[in-house]
Design a protein around this ligand. Structure first.
Ligand code: PLP
Length: 356
């Protein structure tokens, strides 16, 4: 038998989330974003459920090749583009669509010897100041790329820095509209937040990530509560020890928590070496045998402690949900001053996965 911690990927929820996104953006094609090994869920565990997507978007070649080896023939988009000129050989062999965000990439495309033109996404920096050409460069960059025999179809791409804010896309959209004036270009702008909350940015292609996996781009699950989106990942473990505390006794490293009165606590086989956030404070939500309670004391490498006051029936072997259907990953993340994205991606290799 193994340690009781286990992560579950609910393929049905994933498939249903994609269907919900399809309804939200009925006229757009969908790039399902599976970077970071499908936000920690595992590309190979998600591939089947996402097979009705129009394309997969990701960052690294290994993941792109894995998809090709699974038999995926539709587009694959490299969100960060290619990293070295010599990588174009791989893009050519596996027919990968690439973003182009820097001058050197134009030169590399001009000089490469390819078997057929590559489709590209011209990435414009609309304010985030991460990757991309400045809007005023668009016309010149577009003209030069369009003249290259190695370049096939071209799409205009940007990424929003503040897509979750009500007014967060107004300025970037205005910048792009101005830059692309007089040009009828296919566009791909919308991440999850814009897919949900800024439908005028859907255009030809959307790029949802986090909502596929059932968490909120805003970090507040309440913001997606009426969408039907379901959490795909669950992290479960069990109570492996119980302590009966006397009033005033401390718990865990540094005694970060003291019992205010006599109290029963449970020890859960899950710690930061499993990917549980070390900064989760006392009070972070957790469920024991279906009853919501809270963590107490500091998260240690392999264990956390939980308050069993609301769960008098709890015993060694009781099921614990760290996040999933009852405990929102967004709430665990918020308590720990992070986002659901990070928690999903951080589930450690030592945690076994199963598919539901
Ligand atoms: C990660 C990423 C996305 C998806 O973002 P979500 O907020 O998860 O929807 C879309 N586009 C780009 C360029 C990204 O890097």
């Amino acid at each position: 038998m193994s340690r009781p911690i286990i992560a579950t990927v609910n393929q049905q929820a994933l498939e249903q989330n994609l269907a919900i996104i399809r309804k939200k953006a009925p006229d757009a094609n969908i790039w399902t974003v599976v970077k970071a090994n499908a936000y920690g869920h595992g590309i190979s565990r998600c591939y089947q459920a996402l097979s009705s997507a129009d394309g997969f978007a990701l960052l690294n070649y290994e993941e792109a090749i894995l998809l090709r080896e699974q038999g995926w023939q539709k587009p694959v988009l490299l969100l960060e583009g290619f990293f070295k000129a010599e990588d174009l050989v791989l893009l050519d062999r596996y027919r990968l669509t690439t973003s182009v965000h820097s001058e050197w990439q134009i030169e590399a495309l001009a000089n490469a010897r390819l078997s057929a033109p590559l489709n590209i996404y011209v990435k414009i920096n609309s304010g985030m100041n991460r990757l991309g050409f400045r809007p005023e460069q668009l016309k010149d960059v577009w003209r030069r790329l369009a003249a290259l025999p190695n370049v096939g179809e071209m799409t205009l791409m940007t990424h929003f820095a503040r897509g979750e804010e009500p007014d967060g896309v107004t300025e970037p959209v205005a910048l792009l509209d101005a830059a692309a004036e007089g040009m009828a270009l296919p566009r791909c702008f919308a991440n999850s937040a814009a897919t949900l909350w800024h439908p005028h940015t859907h255009h030809q292609w959307v790029r949802p990530g986090i909502i596929l996996y059932g968490a909120s781009p805003s970090g507040h699950w309440q913001d997606i509560a009426d969408t039907g989106l379901q959490p795909v990942m669950q992290l479960h473990s069990e109570i492996i020890g119980i302590q009966q505390l006397q009033q005033g006794e401390g718990v865990g490293y540094g005694y970060r928590y003291h019992a205010g009165s006599a109290q029963r606590i449970g020890v859960v086989a899950c710690g930061y070496a499993d990917g549980y956030p070390r900064h989760a404070p006392t009070g972070t939500p957790v469920a024991v045998d279906g009853i919501l309670t809270r963590t107490v004391g500091r998260v240690s490498m392999d264990m956390i402690m939980v308050d069993l006051t609301p769960c008098p029936e709890a015993h060694i072997g009781s099921k614990v949900e760290l996040w999933g259907e009852q405990v929102h990953i967004d709430d665990v993340a918020a308590a720990s001053d992070t986002v659901g994205y990070e928690l999903m991606c951080a589930v450690a290799p030592r945690v076994p996965f199963r598919i539901l």
